[in-house]
Design a protein around this ligand. Structure first.
Ligand SMILES: [Zn+2]
Ligand SMILES: [Zn+2]
Length: 260
């Protein structure tokens, strides 16, 4: 069976409370080998870690989302650091800037973003970056902090030129079900990303790919995202699944625990 990795699925959110285990079983049945569950604040980061300890297919990222940046305090870094001691924690995220919804002020977002980037570097963990309506500002900070930095820009919405600058920083780029939407601009960008740097994600419960658009998204549907990218690149699904899985594993080290 072809194997996939969903590098971004919020299975820690209440949307999955009624049937989380079934969602995870469907993912397994669809050939998903690993799922990274990001935090958006301290409680959801804790839940991500707890779920990853319970279900071996799940791994966690811990972090404060830009929407929550207004509540960010220095002491939260200690809590994140404590979570990150668990072997199931593979990244700091999701962190970043969202100037589209601006649920926190840009200044608050920048402070939380930079502090968590530095934490990731201190812990030698990759970052999962959320950037909406703020690609230039995000790039500026990432460039500033690029020394020793590893990570991915998730749900990428930038241009080809911006993608090239992300790649020049040694970072990965990840795409959601948006690649399956009609006249998708991000699909045009995805086409050009070298496969060693391209990751797949669902961003569940959001952004369900066609033909499931509008429904609650789930990791099993990362296959549809993969199909969208594979057909745009003119390659077969298995090769794409292999290369994107290798890239995700290189960045996050999902398979490390098993070989220890
Ligand atoms: Zn995001
Ligand atoms: Zn997310």
């Amino acid at each position: 069976m072809i194997g996939f990795i969903d590098t971004h699925a919020h299975l820690n959110l209440p949307e999955f409370d009624p049937d989380r285990e079934e969602v995870i079983n469907r993912a397994k049945d669809s050939g998903i080998n690993y799922i990274l569950v990001p935090g958006i604040d301290l409680p959801s980061s804790r839940t991500a870690v707890e779920l990853a300890e319970r279900f071996p297919i799940l791994h966690a990222a811990v972090g404060i989302h830009p929407h929550e940046a207004k509540r960010f305090r220095e002491r939260d870094l200690l809590k994140l650091k404590e979570f990150a001691q668990r072997p199931q924690v593979k990244a700091i995220g999701e962190i970043g800037l969202d100037f589209y919804r601006k649920l926190s002020s840009p200044q608050e977002q920048v402070v939380a973003f930079r502090a968590q980037i530095r934490l990731a570097k201190e812990l030698d963990l990759p970052i999962v970056v959320h950037s909406r309506g703020a690609v230039e500002e995000t790039l500026r900070i990432l460039k500033d902090e690029s020394r020793g930095l590893r990570g991915v820009l998730h749900c990428f919405e930038g241009t080809k030129e911006q993608a090239e600058r992300v790649l020049a920083l040694g970072l990965y780029i990840s795409f959601t079900g948006q690649v399956t939407f009609p006249r998708s601009k991000v699909l045009e960008v995805a086409k050009l990303i070298p496969l060693g740097k391209l990751l797949l994600e669902t961003d569940s419960p959001y952004l369900a790919p066609l033909p499931q658009r509008g429904k609650r998204n789930e990791p099993a549907w990362v296959r549809l995202v993969a199909q969208g990218v594979a057909s745009a690149k003119g390659m077969d699904l298995e090769a794409l699944a292999n290369l994107t899985s290798q890239a995700a594993d290189r960045l996050f080290g999902f398979s490390e625990m098993e070989t220890q």
